[in-house]
Each structure stands twice: as structure tokens, then as C-alpha cells.
Design a protein around this ligand. Structure first.
Ligand code: ZN
Length: 656
């Protein structure tokens, strides 16, 4: 008998009682990272980014986050400083701190969380409303969606659930419930006046998680209401922002990804959460359709989700076009140097894909999540954990790069003057919670979504996973405890892993090990059983759809789940990024470099180099003046670029 008992523990999102969850989440507390790639990033968040982001939030000259709450509470005189969404810095910091606290409990961290929660609670108004940007200014509530009231309150709800699960305390949960009760009141009866306010719809995921935590049905109904209101009130022009906020067309009728990429990823992740809980089947087909539109026409090879900084939506409307920013562009329009790709966008896509994976059990969603983990949001943090990217371009021209609002060529330090406060804490919370995404559970067995050196121990299952993934494709599993009777281990074979092999106790696995699917290894397990999974890790050249003009005639080099790039510090003298070409059939040799970029597997090859003279005073030249030779070129994982000063970089390289 396989136990029905599924323990979710400290889940990032708790699907343990979700009627439509095919795969349940496992608790972060069920997984111990055991050295390796993700442990290193977790430890950097814990040891460097978490304390730094707290100090900067508390610093009145930098974040001013604590002071904004104090001013709203009336315990300090002064003016609110920073962006309208200042409060979310506090909430995502607490979420990350709670995730770390569960693994590394310390009285000091608990005290720091409580100190901040006291400030948050004091800034809450008697009716539950909580947004220091409004309260501190004595400003009227809900007059402009760009005041981001719903956005910050959404993150409060999510953080409160994680904090409660990790610490057992209810101090933040009580605050969040009062806020959620207030929002339920505001949105009651689908109040048209509120239709356009959750433009960043973090409150959908937040309210669903609060429902999962408290069992209060009205929070789920609040989330469903926000989903249902999208596109339904497009006749109310006040505060209407059209395609920017996915508000022109109701979600159930939408056929294409449009608008702000944090908004659309959070909206669809939230709608998937609603489906997981209330089983509203009318949501599922649109979510699947929109996901396909994203990954088939609008996603970068790195997982980037927003091609456009500022522009217009492609959908014609009666009076012109909708202005959009930080948004998905038209299909196949994926500029490299001017890519927007906010780190939060890729996190949003990761959150959406995780919910689709839970619903469907289909490995393609896990493949997309892995793309985001390694290439989408990991590049958003410097290797020392102190600097950040908001935009993630695929081509950088170094000192000559034309910068827009957010730097592309060099990472920045967070602060209220730069407006870019969302990504650092979003990366912080996601990287500290990564162990909550590695495994999944069903009645049939244990699912291995992502490979990482770790120990899993929860309910009927305990196992040890040894691997040096993503540098090496060998994964070794040792069963320590398993359910009685037949049960399955579902091991994901990544979409690129053609030729993957599985052995059980030294014998070849006779079932399917198909790329882009889970290999279901069913047997009666006993302690000491061994599974050997070997994923082929040869470097591969990848091309883009022919309609992606910016990648036309070019290829990118990938190895395992990692996208590689060429960066100027790795090039021989006299060779520039623009000179480096790729040729079919060349072998890119992996070489471990412990001394480089905190330890990376580089790829090296003798590859063609094109030289075509001076371009300083012309835009076009006759073909034929160029010459070719070769050079030994080193590529690095894309996530590790921009850690050695100002540089040039490219993911795509011309094929010759
Ligand atoms: Zn962001």
C-alpha cells in the first residue's frame, strides 16, 4: 500500500490539498541541499544578500523601507521616499528570511523578522489597509493603479504564509488576514471601481496561498474575482491600461501573450492557482494556449520573457494602439542588445510553469522552469551576491552599449533612487526557496523535477541524491526509505537529453527514458537500492525559429541546461566578440575552471574568426573585403557574465 498521507511541510506554494494538483509540492524542510551548485547559490543568498538587503532596507539613505513604515505608523516624522512599491522589499525579504530560518534557525534572524513585522503591523490601518506609500502621505486610497497598493498587499499575503509555515508564528499572518479581509470587502460583488487596481496581480497568488494556509474560502473567491474581472471592465476607461495589464480581453478569450511581463506571468500563475483550488475548467485551456504562445513565439533562449522596453501592443484597437512597457513584443521579435527581460519576468514565468507542472505533470513545464533557473533569473545576481541586473540582455556592447533606464552593461546596487527594488528581493526569495521546487509527490511516487546534490526525507520517502549537475550529467540516487509495496520514482529526462540512460541496482532500466518526459521507475523499493541516471552533456549548437530575425544565420552554444555566451575577457588579444563565429561539427571541449567565476565549466574550441576592418564611419560595406582565420575561444555560462568589469558579450554567434 502506498500511503495517501502527503506531507507538504514548509511548501513555497502548498498544493497538498489542491483538488486539481496532479503533483503535490514538497516542503523546503524535506530537502537538504548537500553541497553542489544550488547549495552555493543558497549560501550566498543567506550569507551575503540577505543581510545586505536588510541593512539597505533599513538605511534611510538607501532603501528607506523601514522609515516609510514608521512614517505611515506615525512613529516617525518625515517624508515617504522611494518607489510606490517600497513595502514589497520588506515582504520579499521576510519571505526569504523565513525560508532560510527553517534551515538555519537563529534567534537573531527571528528577531530581525519580528522587528520588521512590528513595523508592518504598526503601519496597518484599523480596517486592514496596508500600503505605506498612501498612508504616510495621507493620500486617498485607490485613485491610481500606479500607486501599486494591490501589488504590495499581494506580496504581504505570500510572505505571511511562508513566514507562518517556517516559524509557526502568526504575527505576520494576522496582519495579512486583516489586509485580505479588507481587500475582500473592496472587491465584493466584483466592484467595478476596483477593476483596474491589481494591475500587478501579485494578490491572486497571495490570496490563494492565504486560502491554503487558513482554509478561509473568501480568500480563494477574492483571487477568482480578480481573475474574472480582468478584461471584463474594459469599458470603464478611468485607469484602464489595455493590453499593458492584460485588461483589453478577458483571460478566457485571450489568444496571445501581451503587455507587461511581470503582470502577465503573475496573472497567469495566479489563474493557475485559482484553477488548482476551485477546478474552474474554463481557465485551463486559455492557460495552456497562452503558455504555448509564450514559449513558441516570445521567449528568449535564456527564458527571457520581455523583448520590449517601451512600445505599443500589436493588437489593433478602435483608437490606435495600446502603449505598453517592459512587455512581450510581437511574435518572434526578440532583440538581443535591447532585450528588456526583467529578472522578475523570468521568476514570474518560473512560478507560472510550476503551477502548470503541478496541474499537468508534463515535463515540458519543468524544462521551462529549468531554463529559467539557470539562464533566466540566476544572471540577475552577481557572483558575489551584492549587485543585480534588472534587464537581462543577450548582447552587450560594453562601454558603447546604449543604456536605457536600467543598466544592461553593468550590474547595479539596489536603492530607492534607482526604482529597481523589485528584482533583488525577488531573486533572493526564489533562490532561497529553490529546494522547495526540486521534488514532487503523488500517491504513485516521488518526482525528481530538477537534479541537485541533496537529501530528501518526508513521509514514506527518504533518499540521497549525489550529483555535480549541471556540470556533469551523472545523477546517483540511493533509497533510504520507501513506501511499502510497489511505488515509482519519476525521474525527469530533460528535453535535450537524447541518449539518457537509467540503471537500477546496476541493471539497465527496461522502461522508457524519453527526453522531455519523466521516466517512471516502478518497483518494490528497499533501503539501499541504487538508481544511476546519466544525462549526455555534449555541448550543442542551437538555432532559432527562422522568423527570429535577430538570430538569423546564427547559433547559440548550450550544454546541459546552461546557455553559454562569449564574453570579451575570455578572448585572445585582437579578437572581439563580434569576430567570433561558429562552425558546424566543431567540438566544444568542456574544461573545469575552479579559479574562474566561482568555479565554472568553460567550453573551448578552435573556431572561425572573421575580420572585416574598420566600421567607425560606415553602416554598410561590399561583401568580400573580410578575411577569416581561427582562434581558440572560450565560452562561459551566460549566468556568470558581467562579473569582471565592463565587457562585451553575446549569446548568439554567426554561423559560417
Ligand atoms: Zn523586478
Amino acid at each position: 500500500m502506498v500511503s495517501d498521507q502527503i506531507q507538504s511541510g514548509v511548501a513555497v506554494a502548498d498544493f497538498s490539498a489542491s483538488p486539481k494538483a496532479r503533483i503535490r509540492s514538497t516542503g523546503m524542510d524535506a530537502v537538504r541541499l548537500d553541497g553542489g551548485f544550488w547549495a552555493k547559490h543558497f549560501e550566498r543568498m543567506r550569507d551575503v544578500s540577505l543581510p545586505m538587503l536588510r541593512d539597505l532596507a533599513a538605511d534611510p539613505e538607501c532603501g528607506h523601507v523601514y522609515d516609510n513604515l514608521r512614517i505611515a505608523a506615525g512613529t516617525k516624522q518625515g517624508e515617504f521616499k522611494g518607489v510606490e512599491w517600497s513595502d514589497e522589499w520588506a515582504y520579499k525579504w521576510i519571505e526569504a528570511a523565513a525560508a532560510i530560518y527553517r534551515t538555519d534557525p537563529s534567534a537573531e534572524l527571528d528577531r530581525q523578522m519580528d522587528e520588521l513585522i512590528d513595523l508592518i503591523a504598526a503601519a496597518q490601518e484599523p480596517d486592514g489597509y496596508l500600503a505605506s506609500q498612501t498612508t504616510s502621505r495621507g493620500r486617498e486610497r485607490f485613485i491610481d493603479p500606479n500607486h501599486h497598493e494591490c501589488y504590495v498587499m499581494g506580496h504581504l499575503m505570500t510572505a505571511a504564509c511562508i513566514h507562518h509555515r517556517a516559524t509557526g508564528k502568526a504575527n505576520l499572518l494576522d496582519v495579512a488576514r486583516r489586509t485580505a479581509d479588507h481587500l475582500c470587502e473592496q472587491f465584493k460583488g466584483m466592484n467595478p471601481r476596483m477593476a483596474h487596481f491589481p494591475h500587478n496581480p501579485s494578490m491572486i497568488m497571495g490570496a490563494v496561498e492565504l486560502y491554503r494556509t487558513t482554509g478561509e474560502r473568501q480568500y480563494l473567491e477574492l483571487a477568482a474575482t480578480v481573475v474574472d474581472m480582468r478584461g471584463r471592465f474594459n469599458h470603464i476607461k478611468q485607469n484602464f491600461q489595455g493590453d499593458l495589464t492584460q485588461d483589453r480581453v478577458p483571460l478566457r478569450e485571450e489568444t496571445r501573450i501581451v503587455g507587461h511581463a511581470v503582470f502577465y506571468t503573475y496573472l497567469y500563475a495566479g489563474a493557475a492557482d485559482v484553477y488548482l483550488e476551485n477546478g474552474d475548467e474554463t481557465l485551463l485551456a486559455p492557460l495552456e494556449r497562452l503558455w504555448r504562445d509564450l514559449v513558441n513565439t516570445k521567449m528568449y533562449i535564456t527564458g527571457g520573457c520581455a523583448a520590449m522596453d517601451k512600445g505599443t501592443s500589436i493588437r489593433p484597437v478602435r483608437k490606435g494602439l495600446d502603449h505598453v512597457h517592459e512587455a512581450a513584443g510581437p511574435a518572434y521579435w526578440l532583440p538581443n542588445a535591447m532585450a528588456y527581460n526583467e529578472t522578475c519576468d523570468q521568476i514570474g514565468a518560473f512560478l507560472w510553469a510550476w503551477r502548470m507542472l503541478a496541474i499537468s505533470g508534463e515535463a515540458r513545464y519543468a524544462d521551462a522552469m529549468e531554463r529559467e533557473m539557470y539562464n533566466g533569473f540566476l544572471p540577475g545576481v552577481s557572483l558575489d551576491g551584492r549587485l543585480w541586473f534588472y534587464s537581462n540582455a543577450l548582447r552587450c556592447h560594453g562601454a558603447a552599449h546604449e543604456e536605457r533606464v536600467h543598466p544592461v552593461a553593468q550590474r547595479f546596487q539596489i536603492g530607492f533612487e534607482g526604482r529597481r527594488i523589485c528584482c533583488p528581493t525577488n531573486a533572493l526569495r526564489t533562490l532561497t526557496e529553490i529546494r522547495g521546487y526540486l521534488y514532487g509527490l503523488t500517491k504513485e511516487g516521488l518526482w525528481l523535477h530538477f537534479y541537485a546534490a541533496s537529501e530528501f526525507d518526508s513521509g514514506a520517502w527518504a533518499l540521497r541524491q549525489r550529483t555535480d549537475y549541471p556540470w556533469d550529467g551523472a545523477v546517483r540516487l540511493e533509497i533510504r526509505r520507501a513506501p511499502e509495496g510497489e511505488a515509482a520514482l519519476f525521474a525527469r529526462i530533460p528535453e535535450w537529453a537524447e541518449g539518457a540512460s537509467v540503471r537500477v541496482n546496476g541493471m539497465a532500466f527496461e522502461g522508457e527514458a524519453t527526453p522531455g518526459a519523466y521516466a517512471a521507475i516502478r518497483r518494490v523499493w528497499k533501503p539501499g537500492d541504487q538508481v544511476e541516471l546519466d544525462l549526455p552533456m555534449e555541448a550543442r549548437l542551437v538555432k532559432a525559429h527562422p522568423k527570429v530575425e535577430e538570430a538569423r544565420g546564427q547559433a547559440a552554444v548550450v550544454r546541459g541546461p546552461l546557455v553559454y555566451c562569449v564574453e570579451s575577457p575570455d578572448l585572445p588579444d585582437g579578437v572581439k566578440v563580434e569576430n567570433v563565429c561558429l562552425k558546424r561539427g566543431r567540438t566544444w571541449t568542456p574544461r573545469w575552471r575552479a579559479d574562474l567565476l566561482d568555479g565554472v565549466m568553460v567550453l573551448e574550441a578552435e573556431t572561425p574568426v572573421v575580420r572585416d576592418g574598420d566600421w567607425s564611419d560606415c553602416l554598410y560595406k561590399p561583401l568580400g573585403a573580410e578575411s577569416f582565420d581561427t582562434a581558440i575561444v572560450r565560452l562561459i555560462p551566460y549566468y556568470a557574465w558581467a562579473n569582471r568589469g565592463l565587457s562585451e558579450m553575446s549569446v548568439w554567434m554567426p554561423l559560417v
